[in-house]
Design a protein around this ligand. Sequence first.
Ligand code: Q46
Ligand code: ZN
Ligand code: ZN
Length: 299
Amino acid sequence: MKRKCIKCSKETGIYLPHHRLALCQEHYTAWFESRTQRTITEFRMMTGSDKILVAVSGGKDSLSLWNALVKLGYDADGLHINLGIPEYSELSQKKTQEFAERVGRKLHVVEIKTDFGRTIPEISKIERRPPCSFCGTLKRYFMNLYAKKGGYTVVATGHNLDDETAVLMLNTLNWNTEYLARQYPVLPEGDGLAKKVKPFCKMTEKETAFYAVINGIDFVEDECPFAVGSTTIIYKKILSQIEQKFPGTKIRFYSEFLAKMYPMIRGSREAPKIGKCNMCGEPTQSSICLVCRMKIRAS
Ligand code: Q46
Ligand code: ZN
Ligand code: ZN
C-alpha cells in the first residue's frame, strides 16, 4: 500500500510502523538525522567542541553514523581496524577509504597483522578459540589507544537498537546483572579509557539501512564470515519476529530498561579496580592486559 509523507504528502514506500510514520526520502533523511541529534542530546554524548573518533567497519551502521555526524556538524574522523580476514577485510578497508574521501575526513587505519603481529584467523588458531571470543577485546584496545594518541575526546560506534536489544535480552535471560549494570549508551572517560558513545542506540537496523541506501552510501553488504551462527544473530532474529507481530517492542524494551531498570542497578556493583598493564601501560584489571597476554602466547 502506497502511503503519503506526513511532511509533504509525496507518495512514499517508507513506513515505520513502530513510529506510525510515513516519510519521503528527503524527509526521512531529515527525521533520521534529527533523531540522532536528539539521542546525542538526551544522553549528553558529545558537544560541538569534542573531537570525535568514529569506529568504522565499512558496514551500513558505522558509515551511516560517520555521515550523519559530519552532516550534523561534528568534528568526526574515522578509525578502521583491518582484521586480516581474507576478502572481507580487504573489501571493508577499500569501502571505508572511499567513504573517507567522500566525506573529506581523516581516516586512521589499524592493521591487526602489523599492529598486533597476527591476523584474527591466525590468533584464533593459536588461542584455539573462535575469533569472536577475543576480536572485541582487540578492537576496544586499539580504539582506545588511537583515541588517546590522536587527542580524541569521544569514541563513537554504530551499535543500533537491534544490537542493543539482542544483548539486553541475552543478559536478562541469563540475569547477567554485572553486564546489565553497565549497559548504557555512554561510558564515561576515566582510568585511561576514552569516553564511548552509541548515537544509533535508538535506531533499528532497518532504519540505518534505509538511511544508507537513500544517501547513496556504498557499504559492505556481507557480514563478517565469523558472524554466522553467533548467539546475538539468533536473538536478533527472535526479536525481529516479535517486533513484526508487535511493532514498537524493541524500542520499548530498550527505552524502558534505560528509564526504569538501569537506574536501579547501576552502581549496584563495586567498580573494578583499574590499573596499568606492566607491558603496554594500557588500562587493565590485572598486571598484564588481555591483549599483551595474547601477544605473549602468539610470540
Ligand atoms: S568482526 Fe570480529 Fe565481529 Fe567478525 S570476528 Fe566476530 S567480533 S563477527 S562484530
Ligand atoms: Zn516528504
Ligand atoms: Zn598490555
